[in-house]
Design a protein around this ligand. Structure first.
Ligand code: GDP
Ligand code: MG
Length: 164
């Protein structure tokens, strides 16, 4: 069966943008309750010869209230339980945050394959110096991407599919 790749990360790092870019669709919202629009969270993605199911855990409604860290923990637990590979998304503009480090610790302890993605690197020349601090998360090499400008996605996906 097709591998499952889960996207995890803080709010506003660009999870949905990356999901939509990889799903190849500009619009991926589902209206299942009148008056409520929700992000779609599953997509079948094809990359070269690889097919996988992509999950945006940021679109999963939390049970645990609206505290960001507990919401992220819950989403990370779902990713750890269901995914073959986890794409952990961070934001070069905001830099390394405490919540990133806490979720990285959870992911590292899970022993699941994790690909560390540093998003919003819209210019490699301008932002690469800020990418290196993400090595401090201790979960491997940071892959710089721009989800909105579609930069770096090939190298990042090459790393993801190595774990299939
Ligand atoms: P999510 O909360 O993690 O799902 O984040 P969203 O995908 O909703 O994006 C949050 C904000 O970041 C939006 O304003 C996006 O347009 C912006 N964004 C996402 N990806 C990029 C990127 O690669 N570069 C820049 N400059 N902005 C981005
Ligand atoms: Mg989102």
């Amino acid at each position: 069966s097709r591998p499952v790749v889960a996207i995890v990360g803080r709010p506003n790092v660009g999870k949905s943008t990356l999901f939509n870019t990889l799903a190849g669709e500009r619009i991926s919202i589902v209206k299942d309750t009148p008056g409520v629009t929700r992000d779609r969270i599953y997509a079948d993605v094809t990359w070269l010869n690889y097919n996988f199911t992509l999950i945006d855990t940021g679109g999963i409604e939390p049970d645990s209230g609206d505290v960001i860290l507990s919401q992220m923990r819950e989403q990370a637990e779902i990713a750890i339980a269901t995914a073959d590979v986890i794409m952990f998304i961070t934001d070069v503009r905001q830099g390394l945050q405490d919540a990133d480090a806490k979720v990285a610790d959870m992911l590292r302890r899970s022993k699941k394959p994790v690909v560390l993605v540093v998003n919003k690197v819209d210019s490699f020349e301008k932002f690469m110096p800020d990418v290196y601090e993400f090595y401090n998360l201790g979960i491997g090499e940071p892959y710089p991407v721009s989800a909105s400008s579609m930069l770096g996605l090939g190298d990042m996906l090459d790393e993801v599919v190595k774990y299939f």
